[in-house]
Write a protein that binds this ligand. Structure first.
Ligand SMILES: NC(=O)C1=CN([C@@H]2O[C@H](COP(=O)(O)OP(=O)(O)OC[C@H]3O[C@@H](n4cnc5c(N)ncnc54)[C@H](O)[C@@H]3O)[C@@H](O)[C@H]2O)C=CC1
Ligand SMILES: O=C(O)CCC(=O)C(=O)O
Length: 417
């Protein structure tokens, strides 16, 4: 994933004719934090996990990005995802830099008490490098509002009551109306804009989705409300399809109760990975990275791919999609609704003021539409795909801020890159 994020960066840097030394400065992470998280399990035995926080760039503001709980979390993945956060926050023009991190644990194998313990131990280890004006974590794969509440509570023991240290919190702990649905809503909004460019709408559009967690489930519900037919959904345990469109509210209820879409009675079962090559107008990967590769890209049947997940497409697959005329709406645009609503939450926490849901939705829609239009305009002007255009926009904004602030002096020793 790190290699892919660099390939995409250089494609855009070529368009911008960025000199080599600036590329090195912009690609190098500001700081990489690695800790060993030792906790006592429910069985009384010591357990250890590895925790990571990569703070990539702070030219445009405090660093921002999710905290992921998954066995595959490591320094390289966190670095790639932190890097993407830097361009993403710039694409939607929110006043943040980029960071990302996680812990290499599997929450499905842990009790709530064990997960709470691991989270709080990690927060204790990074508390001096996170904070409302430094680095603000948020939910990501396998982490959620409850975990964000624990982070706020633990950090507040060190720094005093600090709701703005983390976003995606529960509403009763100064979370924001609209944050939970925001990434899925942003996915729906950018797809709607792309469809308008093709003089189409959601009515009758068929959609296949990989992942039915926070992002996938909200995206599915909002698209279905607009008239789309969600014909296939796959997750970690299986897949379910219905050519007439799955009943999304019933599927949501089933997934909430069973932890998976598998065996949902309102459709036919299939092998989870088959969702990627499903016969649908639109494919939305909303789970893990690197799922669309040189091995399966030629078999993808959708004509539009919306990257709700981070880094789902390898450069090899991206090249094949370009050759096949498949439109890819890239992650740093498509899933930027989450960090945009996180910005709303952070701003509300700092002002000790709360917005109504309608305001949050309206502001989110406005920002996502504006970002899509800016990216589409660059794509037309430079005759490049939407991914390259989004990177051009992000890199230009970050580069301008870094040069104006002379941030590059911090990473002079890396100028040989
Ligand atoms: N939560 C957020 O606000 C944001 C999330 N994202 C990205 O969206 C993606 C999904 O995140 P969330 O929905 O928050 O996570 P989640 O933990 O709520 O849901 C993850 C979904 O992926 C499925 N999944 C896991 N392993 C799988 C596998 N091997 N094959 C198929 N499906 C699998 C799970 O079953 C679940 O349905 C991640 O790539 C994340 O980085 C991006 C921007 C913001
Ligand atoms: O809401 C946030 O701050 C970050 C969300 C995130 O991790 C992402 O956009 O990938």
């Amino acid at each position: 994933m790190l290699e892919a994020s660099h390939v995409y960066f250089h494609q855009a840097a070529d368009v911008l004719e960025l000199p080599k030394h600036l590329r090195g400065i912009l690609l190098a992470p500001f700081r990489v934090i690695k800790v060993v998280v030792v906790t006592e399990g429910d069985d009384g035995k010591l357990k250890h996990h590895h925790g990571f926080r990569v703070q990539h760039n702070r030219a445009r503001g405090p660093m921002k990005g999710g905290l992921r709980y998954h066995p595959t979390v490591d320094e390289e993945e966190s670095t790639a995802l932190a890097n993407l956060m830097t361009w993403k926050t710039a694409v939607v023009d929110v006043p943040f830099g980029g960071a990302k991190g996680g812990i290499d644990c599997d929450p499905h194998q842990l009790s709530e008490k064990e997960l709470d313990n691991i989270t709080r131990t990690f927060v204790g280890q990074v508390q001096d490098v996170i904070g409302p004006t430094l680095d603000i974590p948020a939910p990501d794969l396998n982490s959620n509002a409850k975990v964000m509440g624990w982070i706020m509570d633990e950090y507040s023991k060190f720094a005093g009551f600090s709701p703005a240290v983390v976003t995606g919190k529960p509403l009763h702990l100064f979370g924001a109306e609209g944050r939970e649905e925001a990434t899925g809503r942003g996915v729906m909004v950018v797809l709607e804009e792309a469809l308008k460019d093709q003089k189409r709408s959601f009515e009758g559009l068929t959609v296949a989705l990989q992942g039915f967690g926070n992002v996938g489930s909200f995206a599915a519900r909002l698209m279905a409300e607009k008239g789309a037919k969600i014909v296939a959904v796959g997750d970690h345990a299986g897949g379910v399809s219905n050519a007439e469109g799955l009943a999304i509210d019933s599927l949501l209820d089933w997934a909430r109760r069973h932890g998976t879409v598998n065996e949902f009675p309102g459709g036919d079962a299939f092998k989870s990975d088959d969702v990627l090559t499903w016969d649908a107008d639109v494919l939305i990967p909303a789970a893990l990275g690197n799922v669309l590769t040189g091995d399966n890209a030629s078999d993808v049947r959708a004509k539009i791919i919306v990257e709700a997940a981070n880094g789902p497409t390898t450069p090899e697959a991206d090249h094949i999609f370009k050759q096949r005329g498949i439109l890819v709406i890239p992650d740093i645009l498509a899933n930027a609704g989450g960090v945009t609503a996180s910005y709303f939450e952070w701003a509300q926490n700092i002002q000790q003021f709360r917005w109504e849901l309608d305001r949050s939705r309206a502001e989110l829609t406005r920002i996502m539409q504006k970002a899509y239009r800016a990216v589409a305009e660059i794509s037309r002007r430079y005759q490049v795909d939407l991914r390259t255009a989004a990177f051009v926009l992000g890199i230009r904004r970050v580069g301008e801020a870094a040069i104006s602030r002379r941030c590059y002096t911090e990473v002079n020793h890396l100028s040989a890159l």
